[in-house]
Design a protein around this ligand. Sequence first.
Ligand SMILES: [Zn+2]
Length: 291
Amino acid sequence: MADRPRFGPAGVPPLFRILGAQVPDVPKLLHEEGLDAFEYQAVRWGQKPQMKQKDAENLGAEAVKNDVLLSMHGSYYVNLSGKKEIVEASKRRVVACATAAQWMGAYVVVFHMGFYGRVEKNYAFKNCVNALKEIVETLDSLGIRNVKLGPETMGRIYQVGTLEEVLTICEEVEQTQLVLDWSHMHARYLGKFRKVEDFRAVVEEVERRLGAEAARNMHCHFSKIEYTDKGERRHHTLDEARYGPNFEMLAEVIADFKMRPVMICETPILDVDAVKMRDILRKVMEKQKPI
Ligand SMILES: [Zn+2]
C-alpha cells in the first residue's frame, strides 16, 4: 500500500539490461530516475520459486534503501477454473509466487484468474473464487500474511477478469488487493475510456463496492492499447496518439479523489513512460492546488 501515488515499470527496463544491470541493481537505478515502484516479473514461474531466498531478500533490501515499493506479477500459467490437475498446479504456482513475494517484501502478487473455457461464465467464476479461498488458507498455514493476492482486470473476452468479477473477488476473498489494468478494461470494452467521466465512474464504482480507502489504494497497470473485437491486441507507448486510454484523464481523477495508487507502466518503454506519467500527474495536481 502506497503512502503517495507511486510510479514504476513492469519488469527491468530495456536500457537497464543494455547497461548490464542485474535485478538487485534496479531499485537504485529507478530511484535515480525519480521512480518509486517496481513490479518484479515472475510471469514464467512454475510450481516452485524460481529465485533463491537470498537473492529475493537482497532485492527487498535494495528496494527499502532506495524507497521503491515492490510488487510482483505472478505466473501467467494460472487457470483457476480448468481441469482439477490444472487448478491444483495453478494454485501451487500462485503460492510459489507469494512465497518469494514475502521474501522480497513485495506487497501484492498480481495474477490472472484464468479462462471461462466451455463452461458457463458464472460457473467458471465460482471455481476461481473457491480456488482462491483455498490459496488464502494455504498462505495462512505457511505464515504468508503480508502478501496480498491481486486479481487483475483482463483484456480479452474469454478471460475471467471483468471489473465486476474482480470487485466481487475483493469482496468475497480475504487478503486480496484490487488491481485495475485500465488498458485491459479499455480493450475489453472496445474503447471504454473516452472522457474523464468514464474514469471517474470506475473509481466511484470501486468506492461504492469496496469503500473509499480501497479506491484510494488501488494497484494499477497502464499503457496505451490496441484492440480487436476480441479485446486486447498489443501495448503501445504513451506518445502514440491514435491509441487510448489517455493518462491525462486518469490523472485528473487521481488528483480529484486524492488517490495514492501504485501505477505500474506496461508500455514497451517501461520506465521512460512511467516518468512521463508521474510528470503528467504532478502537473495536474499543481493545477488543482488552491491558490
Ligand atoms: Zn497481468
